[in-house]
Design a protein around this ligand. Structure first.
Ligand code: MN3
Ligand code: FE
Length: 297
């Protein structure tokens, strides 16, 4: 066992101006919404008035989110452990809010399903590509951290979890929810929750971006590694979209499926553009990032 170093009673104290500590403060203010307080009365009525195809499209999205939130809740812990082991106190303090929020997201989608009276097995919505990502790639990358806390392993975990699952797939999912429900003016409870989720996720993705930039700054060779990982994951995001569209030219809500695909492709390139900014930066500059520089809402 290494000798313990206590930070908060040392002259270092807490890095109150650092990005992760500021993110922690923001999470305490904004991450406190309660899924159980959301009123789904109108959603119940709207659900009954939707066509079978519309219900199917929304149910696919909800079931993929529900399982996704459950997966990220279950899989985050090894990252927290790796960060704690390195004594990165401010980052761990933020991560306590991160895990709590994922638990609330898991609760939220189950409340939506309960409200619309959906009690059946929804796993048929978990297509081959979906299963590859959420049943295999994500738990493997996160679980690896239990025994391997190398910078490469942490970078891989963060690429899969923060950049790909949160930064590309979840962001695309919000886009699809808004495109369907906001335009149709239905399911206000579901949309209220999605609005909260989106803000929570912006902090999670912001942290992941900070973490990867910090790692790239400390170990410059990791930039190519991260870019290659994103490249490997890209076809999966495209296939997942195609499976949802299932060859249709219009969605059940009249939207153009190409808009969703274009949104995904844009997210994939935006994530890498932001990470590329770490190259040539000093570590102090990365700790000084403002919320808006890392896309935190
Ligand atoms: Mn979430
Ligand atoms: Fe998240």
């Amino acid at each position: 066992m290494e000798k313990r170093t206590i930070l908060t009673t040392s002259t270092r104290g807490l890095l109150e101006e650092s990005f992760p500590y500021r993110l922690y403060q923001k999470a305490k203010r904004l991450g406190t919404w309660n899924p159980a307080d959301i009123d789904f009365t109108q959603d119940q009525k709207d659900w009954k008035s939707m066509t079978a195809e519309q219900q199917e499209d929304i149910l696919r999205l909800i079931s993929q989110f529900q399982a996704g939130e459950e997966a990220v809740t279950l899989d985050l812990l090894p990252l927290m452990m790796a960060i704690a082991k390195e004594g990165r106190l401010e980052e761990e303090m933020f991560l306590t809010t991160f895990l709590y929020e994922e638990a609330k997201h898991t609760e939220f989608f189950r409340l939506v399903l309960n409200a619309i009276g959906e009690k059946g097995d929804l796993s048929h919505f978990h297509t081959e590509t979906y299963q590859k990502i959420f049943y295999e790639i994500l738990p493997t990358a996160m679980g690896r951290l239990v025994t391997d806390q190398s910078p490469e392993a942490i970078a891989e975990a963060s690429v899969v979890y923060n950049m790909f699952v949160e930064g590309v797939l979840a962001e695309t999912g919000y886009f699809s929810f808004y495109a369907a429900l906001e335009t149709a003016g239905i399911m206000p409870g579901l949309l209220e929750g999605i609005g909260n989720l989106k803000k929570d996720e912006s902090r999670h993705i912001g942290y992941g971006t900070f973490l990867l930039q910090r790692l790239i700054c400390e170990h410059p060779h990791l930039f190519d590694f991260v870019a290659a990982k994103m490249g490997e994951l890209t076809p999966l995001a495209i296939r997942l979209n195609q499976e949802g569209i299932a060859g249709r030219e219009v969605s059940a809500f009249g939207g153009n499926p190409d808009d969703v695909m274009n949104f995904t492709l844009k997210q994939l390139s935006v994530r890498m553009e932001i990470l590329a900014r770490a190259r040539g930066k000093k570590i102090e500059e990365i700790y000084r990032y403002t919320d808006s520089e890392l896309g935190v809402l």
